[in-house]
Design a protein around this ligand. Structure first.
Ligand code: C2E
Ligand code: CA
Ligand code: CA
Length: 578
């Protein structure tokens, strides 16, 4: 052993009736550079007590003792539900007993006359136990991501929708009204821009906590994303009482929030929909609260209870959708391209096509303004086909120019419910002559949860054609390990909300690390999006992430600018691909 290295602490529970044999084992550990803390026991009672009294790294157990045995000790360990490596160290017990013990959960059997094997076995089992712990931790994180907003710890949209549905059933049974409120903070973007994102986050946490503290325990306060909150009041004695609650919320918001020494006053616009007056199912109530919130915001009145005439007050979306149809047919859409870079080779592996709308009146419109309504109205089908066609044509043009860059495009929920979609993809691939493995489709978990069995079938068909699949915006609130394991995806993209601040925010860093582990355990490559600086790149490389995408490497660029970037960037380079 290297004398200069400090001894490594190791806590070992030794189940052994012979003190001398235990001493020999301790000696072996010390010789290999460990500083063992041990306790020797040789009865079931003493073992049970030791398991409760202290945390152990490993258990070493003799096979046969006067009042105890290894199989009994294993049974006790299982009952305790502790996942501790268990190694049998005994005189010769024969192969049959050894195999039987390993089947019962012992990790290894070592003969006392061959103690040289002890330390390598201990070290291997400690490593494996750590692997199991890391996996469990990753699993826990993902489970909590499924129902809670990681930033505020409040229930997310999925959990809120579940609770709303339950509340509607019980309100129907017990014949009382309930209320659903949407709250959107006014001018939050300004606050975020002036004070910075970390302070903006603190403010959102405080808003969530304050809302929660003034409502009943049985009410649900949820963060839906951005600066949007929802409140579910599952029980109202009568519809009129909603005014009391609104008053309470508005009063509570009047007291400034303290961000450090800085008092900040926020105003919120509240939209309210009531069961059964405004809707009798969850989707309708949510939509109507949204309409009411829009009215509250536009009129500056602070709050609005839904009324049927309000539905007509949102014509702009509809008008926009009429124009979008025209835009798809008349090539007013265009694609920008953003590369993904391998952290191993530091070279481009793929480029993501992101759609924009060159609107004649409103100028260049980002996808955030038209993708969601296009998905709701079905226009997303021709839009996605347009994107697929353009992206593959571009891919072909690059290939002809000696740049063999695979492309990825984004899909929406409705694409995953469209049984014709896989055939359409096939058709476009054939026309463009691009091999299927040069196309990647980015799908979101939120799109899958709309109709998991149907989405699964469509994804299997796409994957069967050889097209690669990537799970986009991973971690934003819908993950369920159950279907994740079954999805035929090749890649997971960690959402940029976790990546962008991971060098400052330990919680984000922890989520990123867990997601990388989880992705790898599921056999997927892991991409981090939203990488905006070198520090984040380095941190991700250290965590074993496979590739990165973000402004640090390149913003999404029009095709010709991208070709130029590819020619001059250290991450591009015509020599790397084809
Ligand atoms: P997404 O798929 O998550 O795309 C990444 C978005 O993050 C893009 O916004 C991109 O410009 C932005 N981004 C990339 N790197 C960074 C960075 O380092 N920092 C920051 N702050 N942002 C970064 P974009 O182009 O506005 O697209 C927004 C969303 O619209 C996309 O999110 C995607 O969900 C959707 N979308 C875009 N094109 C299409 C499309 O053709 N079809 C469908 N269905 N959805 C699309
Ligand atoms: Ca994407
Ligand atoms: Ca994304």
């Amino acid at each position: 052993m290297d004398d200069k290295r400090p001894a490594i602490p190791l806590s070992v529970l030794i189940i052994e009736d012979s003190e001398d044999d235990a001493t020999l084992m301790v000696h072996e550990m010390k010789r290999s550079g460990y500083d063992p803390v041990i306790e020797r026991v040789d009865t079931p009672d003493a073992m049970s007590k030791a398991l409760v009294d202290q945390t152990w790294d490993i258990v070493l157990c003799d096979y046969r003792m006067p009042g105890f045995s290894a199989p009994e000790a294993l049974a006790l360990l299982h009952k305790s539900r502790l996942d501790l490596p268990f190694i049998i160290v005994s005189g010769s017990i024969g192969e049959d007993l050894a195999v039987a013990a390993m089947r019962e959960g012992a990790q290894d059997c070592i003969a006392k006359n061959n103690l040289a094997r002890l330390i390598p076995a201990v070290e291997r089992e400690l490593r494996e136990a750590k692997g199991r712990r890391d996996y469990r931790q990753a699993e826990e994180t993902v489970k909590s991501l499924a129902y809670y907003d990681p930033m505020t710890g409040l229930p997310n949209r999925t959990l809120l929708q579940n609770r709303l549905k339950e509340a509607i059933s019980s309100a129907a049974r017990e014949n009382h009204p309930l209320a659903f409120l949407l709250l959107d903070m006014d001018c939050f973007k300004g606050i975020n821009d002036t004070l910075g994102h970390p302070r903006g986050d603190i403010l959102l946490q405080q808003v969530g906590a304050r809302l929660k503290s003034m409502l009943w325990e049985s009410d649900t306060v949820s963060r839906l994303g951005g600066d949007e909150f929802a409140v579910l009041l599952p029980w109202l004695a009568a519809a009129e009482y909603i005014n009391v609650v609104i008053q309470k919320i508005q009063n509570a918001m009047k007291t400034p929030f303290m961000i450090g020494d800085l008092p900040i006053t926020v105003e919120a616009s509240i939209g309210i929909a009531l069961y059964p007056d405004h809707g009798t199912d969850a989707d309708t109530l949510i939509q109507r609260a949204d309409v009411a919130m829009y009215i509250a915001k536009r009129s500056g009145s602070g709050y609005a209870v839904y009324s049927p005439e309000q539905n007509q007050h949102r014509p702009d979306r509809l008008a926009l959708m009429g124009e979008l149809r025209h835009a798809i047919e008349h090539d007013q859409l265009l694609l920008h391209y953003q590369p993904k870079i391998s952290l191993q080779t530091h070279r481009i592996i793929d480029v993501e096509a992101l759609v924009r709308w060159q609107h004649p009146k409103h100028g260049m419109m980002p996808p955030g303004q038209f993708i969601a309504p296009a998905d709701q109205t079905g226009l997303i089908k021709p839009l996605t086909l347009w994107v697929l066609n353009s992206a593959l044509n571009q891919c072909r043009a690059w290939l002809n120019a000696g740049m063999g860059i695979p492309v990825s495009i984004n899909l929406s929920a409705r694409n995953l419910r469209d049984p014709e979609f896989p055939d359409q993809v096939n058709g476009v691939l054939e026309t463009s002559g691009i091999p299927p493995d040069r196309l990647e489709l980015e799908i979101t978990e939120s799109a899958i949860v709309m109709d998991p069995p149907r989405a699964m079938e469509i994804l299997k068909r796409l994957s069967g054609m050889g097209v690669r699949l990537s799970l986009d915006d991973f971690g934003t609130g819908y993950s369920s390990l159950g279907y994740l394991k079954k999805l035929p995806v090749d890649e997971i993209k960690i959402d940029r909300s976790f990546v962008t601040d991971m060098t400052q925010d330990e919680k984000d860093a922890m989520i990123v690390r867990s997601t990388i582990d989880l992705g790898h355990n599921l056999g997927c490559k892991v991409v981090a999006e939203g990488v905006e600086n070198r520090e984040t790149w380095n941190r991700l490389a250290a965590l074993g992430c496979d590739s990165v995408q973000g402004y640090y490497i390149s913003r999404p660029l029009p095709a010709d600018e991208f070709s130029h970037w590819f020619g001059i960037s250290p991450w591009g380079g015509k020599d790397v691909l084809i």
